[in-house]
Design a protein around this ligand. Structure first.
Ligand code: HEC
Ligand code: HEC
Ligand code: HEC
Ligand code: HEC
Ligand code: HEC
Ligand code: HEC
Ligand code: HEC
Length: 665
């Protein structure tokens, strides 16, 4: 990040124009300052001064500062690559979807606000300074880029050490982030660690190089798990085998790798100060990997000078974000077209052999290795879990308990087991609460989400006083129905403290509609609809079309007998989100409640079609058909639903109920 000036700006501001769905933006300079004319929050053209540049290569974004302290990131960015590679042009970060002025992703909106969503990782000594009462920012930073203290913490003791205060340990540096792997010895200096914790350097890098949520103002001397909640390997962010899908940076991938389990760190490959690599080409990997074994045709079966003989071509396939920014998968996995063939996950071979299909690559690998199953067991387990294939539950739980697996993989297996409620699942949750890795304990809380409230609250109580804040916060989410007054006296202070901490962490992100909505859910569960409504009003002020807030507010209206208000809101939601099954389902239920069962059917059918993984939507659709007189069609929908969700008791019971009552006509 830098102040926009002649040194920092890389885009063409020489009256360049850019056309996006009929709106023409113009980039120009005046008296040495940089300006853009583009659509404002009302969809009209307006001139804005550019305050800051953001990023250097392969793209640069621009921030506009508003009088309330908001810094907003323009959706039009400059492609800094050379013209021969297609660069030196303006482009939109959402080229295919028309982001209009009232779209949640418009550059003037909450989701492109740099104070809350960008600057913490791109600056040093960041203080967001959000003032909720005035809905404005007093944001500060020590340096507008990643400086020494972003990795090393406050440097004053290091300065004293440098001036001769030799009694200071670690050169006076606050964080211990040196690499622990010493490849030169030729032997592994440390035993592999099954439950390798994040530790040292990775905790510092992951603060910015991970998909994560800040739980408060980060303190670099504290543990990562006190400062942040690491994003789990959930569907949408990662493929089921753990490959990167959405923009997730590096740490969540690296934690999956055997390298991490063997104490390798980022700085074994990256020079943290210059930004370069420790060696170029395959030499980087041959620092540690036996050249005789790996730098050979026997291993990579391509000519030595072929692009297909580069270690990273097979072991770090890239994926492109923000239009032009290729990022390498840091899970250092074995390329596995056999898994891609059955699971549809990307594979490194056909990424390069674009004229071949995955079956070809899988056949090559089957012939070479004689192996016909995916290399990594979790890939198929997670894919099956996400299809709600109940047969997978025992293996999924066994994986979650397997101490030889990387904790981040065990954690996602545990979290996905929430779909298969059983006594065994509860036992594994209970066991996992004692795991040493906070990722597993936090996943145990998430895994309990489908249990009956009473069971869940009983089970998760040990987490009230967990040593890691990320775990306590994950538990708090599942415990919001607990009442302080309902607990035995000695346990009350712990719960009060937990809820205070939960609210504080939501307050830290009070400028995010997601947090305001979580706060509303907390208040609603605690029996305070007034407070819930005001939190939702705040969420919708930040992002007027934020769907979860709209749906929750409609639900609050319902609870207060105001279905008229709920209906208006849900009509809006359905119009704004044509692809949302949730919005249609909620509106369909409202129709049923208000006596319009026949009209509800189309909405409930659409909801179930848009959210095919949701057994409840299928159930409600079938029931509405039967109740509105279409018994045969309704039973057919329920039968089809039972085939898709053979373990759903509610669907089975509804079918049995209808079958045992004779048709009324
Ligand atoms: C979690 C920390 C984090 C957040 C939040 C974040 N970034 Fe980044 N950003 C990074 C890191 C780290 C990289 C380097 C690439 C990587 O790690 O894969 C990066 C790279 C970039 C780049 C590529 C150009 C370059 O010089 O590398 C741009 C542009 C960028 N970010 C813009 C943004 C914008 C705009 C936002 C907010 C909408 C944002 N970032 C939010 C951490 C973050
Ligand atoms: C991106 C993170 C990062 C930034 C920014 C950074 N460092 Fe470092 N620094 C490291 C890492 C990692 C190491 C350990 C190097 C290794 O493993 O070989 C290190 C090592 C050091 C050491 C050696 C410590 C020792 O025990 O020998 C000093 C001194 C140092 N850094 C000072 C600085 C100064 C001064 C700046 C700013 C100009 C700076 N660093 C910026 C990550 C960073
Ligand atoms: C304060 C947040 C922050 C921390 C902490 C941090 N990084 Fe980064 N890092 C970034 C951002 C942002 C970028 C994108 C480059 C840019 O535009 O400034 C980046 C870029 C990089 C790059 C790519 C450089 C390039 O030229 O492409 C590497 C490698 C990297 N960081 C490694 C590390 C390592 C290793 C650590 C831990 C020792 C670390 N970073 C700690 C924010 C951070
Ligand atoms: C600092 C040492 C070091 C460097 C550098 C290094 N590795 Fe590794 N790598 C290891 C260790 C240690 C293991 C684990 C070996 C084991 O479990 O027996 C490993 C394992 C692997 C695996 C096995 C993964 C699996 O899931 O079975 C692959 C693939 C791999 N490395 C690729 C690479 C590539 C590609 C590079 C270069 C970009 C590289 N390594 C650089 C130390 C290193
Ligand atoms: C053309 C693709 C390709 C290239 C290039 C490639 N590898 Fe591999 N690598 C593989 C495959 C496939 C396997 C799995 C082999 C098997 O299962 O028998 C593998 C396995 C590995 C393993 C794990 C070995 C084990 O026994 O667990 C390491 C480590 C590794 N490669 C390192 C490297 C290094 C270092 C380079 C570069 C010098 C490299 N690879 C280049 C495809 C490649
Ligand atoms: C075994 C070596 C190795 C390790 C360990 C490693 N990286 Fe990388 N990293 C690479 C290579 C190789 C690239 C690709 C560089 C290139 O092509 O210019 C890369 C690229 C990157 C980039 C640029 C964006 C991209 O994906 O191309 C960032 C940022 C980065 N690494 C951060 C990290 C962080 C943070 C860690 C620790 C969590 C880490 N790396 C661990 C080898 C490694
Ligand atoms: C970065 C690009 C790249 C990647 C990744 C790559 N290859 Fe190749 N591959 C090549 C090139 C270039 C050739 C031709 C030159 C040669 O033989 O080295 C080739 C040749 C081949 C050939 C022999 C010629 C043919 O087309 O029948 C086979 C078989 C093959 N690759 C299989 C694979 C498999 C399997 C993988 C994944 C494990 C893979 N390749 C990954 C680039 C790549």
């Amino acid at each position: 990040m830098d102040v926009a000036d002649r040194q920092s700006v890389r885009g063409d501001f020489n009256n360049a124009t850019f056309e996006y769905f009929g709106a023409r933006s113009r980039f120009f300079t005046q008296q040495g300052r940089y300006f853009v004319e583009t659509d404002n929050a009302r969809g009209e053209l307006q001139v804005f001064p550019i305050a800051y540049t953001f990023g250097i290569d392969p793209l640069q974004q621009y921030l506009v500062q508003f009088p309330d302290g908001r810094l907003q990131a323009l959706g039009i960015a400059w492609d800094t690559r050379p013209a021969e590679q297609g660069g030196q042009r303006w482009f939109h970060l959402y080229p295919d979807r028309r982001v209009a002025h009232d779209d949640a992703l418009h550059w003037t909106g909450a989701f492109q606000n740099a104070n809350s969503r960008c600057a913490a990782c791109h600056t040093t000594g960041y203080e967001k300074g959000y003032q909720q009462a005035q809905d404005r920012y007093e944001t500060r930073w020590a340096e507008p880029h990643v400086g020494c203290e972003a990795c090393h913490g406050p440097g004053s003791r290091h300065m004293e050490w440098a001036k001769g205060e030799s009694s200071l340990s670690d050169k006076g540096l606050v964080t211990r982030i040196g690499a622990t792997w010493v490849p030169a010895t030729g032997a592994r200096p440390l035993p592999p660690q099954a439950d390798a914790p994040m530790g040292g350097q990775l905790e510092v890098c992951a603060g910015c190089h991970a998909r994560r949520t800040e739980l408060g103002s980060p303190d670099i001397a504290a543990s990562f798990h006190d400062n942040h909640a690491l994003g789990a390997l959930v569907d949408g962010l990662y493929f089921p085998d753990g490959q990167i899908r959405d923009e997730v940076f590096e740490a969540g991938s690296f934690l999956q790798s055997r390298m991490h389990q063997n104490h390798v760190t980022c700085s074994n490959c990256h020079e943290p100060h210059g930004g370069g690599l420790r060696a170029s080409g395959n030499a980087l990997c041959l620092q540690c990997h036996e050249p005789n074994r790996f730098q050979s045709r026997a291993h990579f079966f391509h000519k030595e000078d072929s692009s297909g003989a580069q270690c990273i071509a097979c072991h770090m396939p890239a994926r492109t974000y923000m239009g032009v920014d290729g990022r390498h998968d840091h899970s250092f996995r074995i390329p596995d077209p056999v898994a891609s063939e059955s699971l549809g996950v990307p594979d490194a071979c056909t990424a390069c052999h674009a004229n071949r299909d995955v079956r070809w690559a899988a056949d090559v690998m089957r012939r070479r290795t004689g192996r016909d199953a995916p290399v990594y067991a979790h890939a198929a387990l997670l894919a099956r879990a996400r299809r709600t294939d109940a047969g997978v539950a025992p293996e999924l739980l066994a994986f979650a308990r397997d101490g030889s697996r990387a904790p981040i993989l065990r954690a996602i297996a545990l979290q996905e087991s929430a779909r298969f409620v059983s006594v065994e699942q509860q036992q594994v949750i209970a066991e996992s609460l004692l795991a040493s890795d906070p990722l597993i304990r936090a996943a145990a809380a998430a895994a309990a989400t489908q249990l009956e409230p009473a069971v869940r609250l009983q089970l998760l109580q040990p987490l009230l006083t967990d040593p890691s804040r990320s775990v306590r916060i994950a538990a708090a989410r599942q415990l919001i129905e607990l009442r302080v007054a309902g607990l035995p006296e000695p346990q009350r202070p712990a719960l009060e403290k937990l809820f205070d901490e939960y609210r504080a962490s939501l307050a830290h992100n009070a400028d995010m509609p997601e947090s305001a909505t979580d706060l509303a859910l907390f208040h609603a569960a605690q029996g305070d609809p007034e407070a819930a409504a005001s939190a939702l009003a705040h969420a919708l002020k930040l992002a007027p079309k934020y769907l979860p807030a709209m749906l929750n507010l409609a639900d609050l209206h319902r609870a207060r007998g105001r279905d008229d208000l709920a209906e208006a809101l849900l009509d809006d939601a359905v119009a704004a989100y044509p692809e949302s099954g949730d919005a249609r389902h909620s509106l369909g239920l409202l129709y049923v409640r208000t006596g319009r069962t026949i009209q509800s059917v189309a909405l409930l059918a659409a909801a179930s079609r848009l959210a095919p993984d949701n057994p409840r939507y299928a159930l409600v659709h079938g029931m509405a058909l039967v109740e509105s007189g279409s018994r045969v069609a309704g039973l057919a929908v329920l039968e089809a639903a039972l085939r898709r969700f053979p373990d759903s008791d509610p669907i089975r019971e509804a079918l049995a109920g209808y079958r045992s009552t004779p048709a009324a006509y």
